[in-house]
Write a protein that binds this ligand. Structure first.
Ligand SMILES: Nc1ncnc2c1ncn2[C@@H]1O[C@H](COP(=O)(O)OP(=O)(O)O)[C@@H](O)[C@H]1O
Ligand SMILES: [Mg+2]
Length: 165
């Protein structure tokens, strides 16, 4: 597995597919740490991971719930989707929140994805996380008439795949 993988996408569907393809090399217990500014596509990426793992339910942003756990159809590995956004703006203690929710042990079994996950592996004492950073690719302005970021491509950088074997 190469040390770092970089992809450019020009639509939400392409970002979804990059994530879905990544599930081929994930195993039980993996922790995906997503970073990148608001609206860059972290939740789109999470939906692609869920699809690749065989989650049937619609994956929605867990912004107001901290975490959602999804059963998968056949892989036997559940998908845990965490959004740590509020943790960064409040004194939320993620490890004890996960314990309160009764899902701290799921980290070892499930495939977990944390949006706004910077610093979380250290907090959770996880050594080999997979880091996914998504950024706007201003060099890829797909339609100069569109004035929001929907016309801007995304760069997806994945690191840490090699470390965790
Ligand atoms: N290449 C792209 N990849 C992902 N999302 C894109 C892309 N281009 C435009 N978008 C749009 O950007 C938004 C990303 O939203 P979301 O995934 O909720 O962001 P985040 O979770 O990072 O805040 C969506 O409205 C999506 O349609
Ligand atoms: Mg999100």
């Amino acid at each position: 597995m190469p040390e770092a993988e970089s992809s450019s996408t020009s639509s939400p569907d392409e970002t979804f597919e990059v994530a879905r393809a990544l599930t081929n090399v994930l195993h039980s217990g993996d922790l995906l740490v997503l970073t990148g500014e608001l609206g860059v596509g972290k939740t789109v990426f999470a939906k692609g991971i869920g699809a690749g793992l065989g989650v049937i339910a619609n994956i929605v942003s867990p912004t107001f719930t901290l975490a959602r756990e999804y059963k998968t159809a056949n892989s036997g590995v559940d998908f845990l989707h965490i959004d740590a956004y509020r943790m960064n703006s409040s004194a939320l203690d993620l490890p004890s929140e996960l314990e309160t929710l009764g899902i701290e042990t799921e980290l070892e079994r499930a495939i977990t994805l944390i949006e706004w996950g910077s610093g979380v592996p250290e907090l959770l004492d996880v050594k080999n996380a997979i880091y996914v950073d998504i950024s706007l690719d201003y060099a890829a302005d797909l339609d100069e008439n569109v004035k929001n970021t929907d016309n801007i491509g995304r760069i997806i950088n994945v690191t840490g795949l090699g470390e965790r074997g």
